[in-house]
Design a binder for this molecule. Structure first.
Ligand code: KIV
Length: 265
C-alpha cells in the first residue's frame, strides 16, 4: 500500500485526478476513512465546533490538536495526515511557528500542517517550507478570522477581495506551499485560482473546478444536525440512526428485554 505524499498530490493534479479529503478527529473514523481509500485526512480545528462544542475554532489549543492527531494516526496506513495549526500557534512570530509546527511533526505521524491566510503569513510559510515542513494554505473564508469577517458569508465576491485571494494563492505557491484549501468562494474565482497555480486546490463550498474537495466528516455523515450549509452533501443521516439506536436500547433496558438469552454468562 503506497502512502499518499505531497508529490503524489501534485501528480494527481497534473493527471486531472481529483483529490478526496475529509476531516477526522479520532482513531475509528480515521481507520474507516483510510480503509475506504481517502487521499488526505485533515485533523481540522473544526474539532473545536463539532467535537468540543465551541461556537468558533478560536479556543482550540496546540495540545488539543496533537492529542487528536495521535489518535487519528493510529488508524491510518495510506492517507496523508495534515494538521490544522490552531489560532495563535503560527501568527505571533516565525520562531514560535517553527517550534509549534515542528512539534506537530515530531510528536505525531502528521506529514504537513495547514495555516490560514495569505500575504500576512507568507514569511512564516517560506520559513517552514525551507526547513522541510510541508504547508497547506487556506484562503477565502478562514474561520480563525471569523470576528474580523463578522459572519460566515461567501468571501471573494467583490473584485478587490477576489484579486487578493488570487494573489495570495500565487504567493503561497511561490513560498513553497504544496496545496491550498479554498473555502466558500465563488466557483468562478476558484476556477481562476486553480488554473493559476500548479499546486492542487482543495475546495469546500468553492465549486467543481477545484482539484479536490473537502468536507467536515460529521457534516457529511449527517451527525451535525443544527444547520446544513448549501455546500454540504449528507451521505448518511447518522444522527437519526444513532438516536433511534439509543432510544431502542433505553426502551429494552427499561422493559427488561435486554439482556436476553445468549447475551449473558
Ligand atoms: O477545520 C477544518 O475542518 C477545515 C476544513 C473545513 C477545511 O479547515
Amino acid at each position: 500500500m503506497k502512502k499518499v505524499t505531497t508529490k503524489k498530490l501534485l501528480e494527481m493534479k497534473e493527471r486531472g485526478e481529483k483529490i478526496a479529503m475529509l476531516t477526522a478527529y479520532d482513531f475509528l473514523i480515521a481507520k474507516l476513512l483510510d480503509e475506504a481509500g481517502i487521499d488526505v485526512i485533515l485533523v481540522g480545528d473544526s474539532l473545536g465546533n463539532v467535537f468540543q462544542g465551541h461556537a468558533t475554532t478560536l479556543p482550540v489549543t496546540l495540545d488539543d490538536m496533537i492529542y487528536h492527531t495521535k489518535a487519528v494516526c493510529r488508524g491510518v496506513k495510506r492517507a496523508m495526515v495534515i494538521v490544522d495549526m490552531p489560532f495563535l500557534s503560527y501568527q505571533v512570530s516565525i520562531e514560535e511557528a517553527v517550534k509549534n509546527c515542528g512539534r506537530v511533526l515530531k510528536e505525531t505521524c502528521a506529514e504537513g500542517v495547514k495555516l490560514e491566510g495569505g500575504s500576512e503569513i507568507i514569511e512564516v510559510v517560506s520559513k517552514l517550507t525551507s526547513i522541510g515542513i510541508p504547508v497547506m494554505g487556506h484562503l477565502g473564508l478562514t474561520p480563525q478570522s471569523i470576528h474580523k469577517f463578522g459572519g460566515y458569508d461567501v468571501r471573494g465576491v467583490d473584485e478587490s477581495e477576489a484579486k487578493k485571494i488570487l494573489n495570495d494563492a500565487i504567493e503561497l505557491e511561490k513560498a513553497g506551499a504544496f496545496a491550498i484549501v479554498l473555502e466558500k468562494i465563488p466557483a468562478e474565482l476558484a476556477k481562476r485560482v486553480t488554473e493559476s497555480v500548479k499546486i492542487p486546490t482543495i475546495g469546500i463550498g468553492a465549486g467543481p473546478h477545484c482539484d479536490g474537495q473537502v468536507l467536515v466528516v460529521y457534516d457529511m455523515l449527517g451527525l451535525f444536525e443544527e444547520f446544513k450549509p448549501k455546500f454540504v452533501r449528507r451521505y448518511a443521516e447518522l444522527a437519526k440512526v444513532i438516536k433511534s439506536a439509543f432510544e431502542n436500547y433505553i426502551a429494552d433496558v427499561k422493559s427488561g428485554k435486554f439482556p436476553a438469552e445468549g447475551e449473558f454468562y
